[in-house]
Write a protein of this length. Structure first.
Ligand SMILES: [Ca+2]
Ligand SMILES: [Ca+2]
Length: 498
């Protein structure tokens, strides 16, 4: 487990070359930064010991308030710091959630403030660093804090119900034409067109097994060439030939299926109703990735010849790619195994820009986790959960959070992010309609807390609270218009800049 709090400070430091250049007599005039730095150096000229020597000594900073792990903050909070340097401090920069917060403070006392109601209730990360007159920067000093109040989206965003009227929704997908396809657990595929839930289902699956609370239709994905081939893939529990999960494919004819689906790939017979998995997405390699739960059995997740507790990789006709990691050592359908050691990967996401995969694995007793998808990786279940009992054989989670608050709150891995069932993941694209500080983030939801958080992949995988829904989230998607869509059991919530 990479401890993101210890990696935040690893920013590239400014060099002392600018001051050296200025001291050469008249300056080399190469950058506007020289003039600025030169002016600052002149302003503290009495402190410059040798104008011809570069100052390479970093400034230092002490962040006085807020305290680390300050909880339930309300009202306005002041962020205050002291800075010192061998030559002189040019300014102190502040960040909130990985983005600069206001201008540099160039005069002591160094401070800024934030009104807590501007950000969503939950975890936020405050940072400060000092810059000296030679543009040397201290490491970021970080405080992880928790905002109180009851704020459900950050300032500048609105949350609206795109559509209601769904029943037992589990997964959704969006066509290039904007239509949204929703899987309902009892076997219906519904279509939302122009913001309206069509009364006639796209299809209703026959022989769906919905025993227990987890069986049924659990996943849906559209082929990358859906616009031309109309292929809609579903993952569901069927009674045909013994109770098992199956991947089938419909062909669309307008807003309804052209006929019954074709069964493409069968998973092993189930012996419990739990941990069915069901998430499906196409990679940028054109392959179909499938998250399969451990069937409530645990141990088979470590058996690379079992299909339980795995990420699978298939061709779009459910034949098996010959470059799968165990293609040469497994036989039959087990050649589809791509990664092992998962408990219930009910949701995952693939980044369109480069194919990076984040697998959300629902935990058992203590931890929820986000794993980075790697061919042949072993994520440890059932021997390891979250950061517990990791060995060299297991790939540690990218981020993991507890089911219950630590003592004191926020002090364990995962900080103030708490939940019992990770469900829904989406990469927010660079160039989308969200402000720059949200772009490139990985958003994930928790079914039990209804909270949506975001992983700041460019800031040491720090995690910030983003939104909260009324209903229970089961899936996330960035819509074709750049909004973040949250599928709950009975509606779709749209979150977008105001
Ligand atoms: Ca210095
Ligand atoms: Ca794991």
């Amino acid at each position: 487990m990479a401890n993101w709090r210890s990696t935040i400070g690893c920013m590239v430091l400014g060099s002392g070359l600018l001051l050296g250049g200025c001291g050469g007599g008249g300056g080399d005039g190469t950058t506007a930064g020289d003039a600025t730095t030169g002016e600052r150096a002149a302003a503290v000229g009495a402190q410059v010991p040798d104008a011809t020597a570069a100052d390479t000594q970093l400034p230092t900073l002490v962040l006085n308030t807020p305290a680390d792990l300050a909880a339930n903050l309300t009202g306005r909070i002041d962020i205050t710091a002291d800075a010192s340097d061998n030559v002189g401090i040019a300014g102190v920069e502040f960040q909130v959630d990985g983005a600069l917060w206001g201008d540099d403070d160039t005069n002591p006392p160094y401070m800024t403030s934030i009104t807590t109601t501007r950000l969503t209730t939950g975890q936020h990360v405050i940072r400060a660093r000092a810059r000296d007159t030679s543009n040397n920067r201290s490491a970021w000093v970080t405080r992880v804090v928790q905002f109180g109040n009851d704020v459900q989206v950050p300032e500048g965003f609105t949350k609206t119900a795109l559509v209601g009227g769904l029943t037992g929704a589990t997964s959704f997908a969006q066509a290039p034409d904007g239509r949204i396809f929703v899987a309902q657990q009892t076997g219906e595929v519904r279509v939302i067109k122009n913001g309206v839930l069509l009364p006639t289902p796209f299809a209703t699956l026959a022989n769906v097994n919905t025993e227990g609370s987890e069986r049924g239709l659990g996943g849906i994905v559209l082929h990358p060439d859906f616009a031309t081939n109309g292929w809609v893939y579903v993952y569901y529990t069927t009674n045909d030939g013994g109770t098992h999960n199956r991947i089938s494919r419909f062909t669309a004819n307008g807003d309804v299926a052209a006929g019954p689906p074709t069964a493409l790939f069968g998973l092993p017979t189930l012996t419990t109703t739990m941990h069915n998995g069901g998430a499906m997405h196409f990679g940028i390699d054109g392959k179909l990735y499938v998250g399969v739960g451990d069937g409530g059995l645990g141990a088979p997740a470590q058996d690379r010849t079992s299909l339980f507790g795995k990420m699978l990789r298939l061709n779009d006709d459910a034949t098996i790619p010959t470059d799968n990691p165990y293609y040469g050592t497994n036989t039959g359908n087990a050649r589809a195994v791509w990664a092992i050691g998962l408990r219930n990967p009910f949701t995952f996401a693939i980044r369109p820009s480069d194919g990076r995969i984040h697998i959300n694995d629902v935990g058992q007793n203590t931890w929820e986790e986000i794993d980075v998808g790697i061919a042949g990786a072993n994520y440890g279940w059932p021997n390891s959960e979250g950061p517990d009992n990791l060995t060299a054989a297991f790939t540690a989670p990218l981020f993991t959070y507890r089911h219950t608050a630590a003592t004191p709150p926020g002090s364990a891995i995962g900080g103030f992010i708490i939940g019992r069932c990770i469900a829904g993941g989406a990469f927010y694209p660079v160039g989308g309609s969200f402000p720059a500080r949200f772009q490139g983030n990985y958003f994930f939801a928790d079914f039990t807390t209804h909270e949506i958080s975001r992983v700041d992949l460019s800031n040491g995988n720090a995690v910030y609270s983003f939104a909260k829904t009324v209903g229970e989230p089961v899936d996330l998607r960035v819509a074709t218009d750049g909004a973040l869509l949250v599928l709950t059991r009975n509606n779709i919530v749209r979150i977008a800049p105001t």
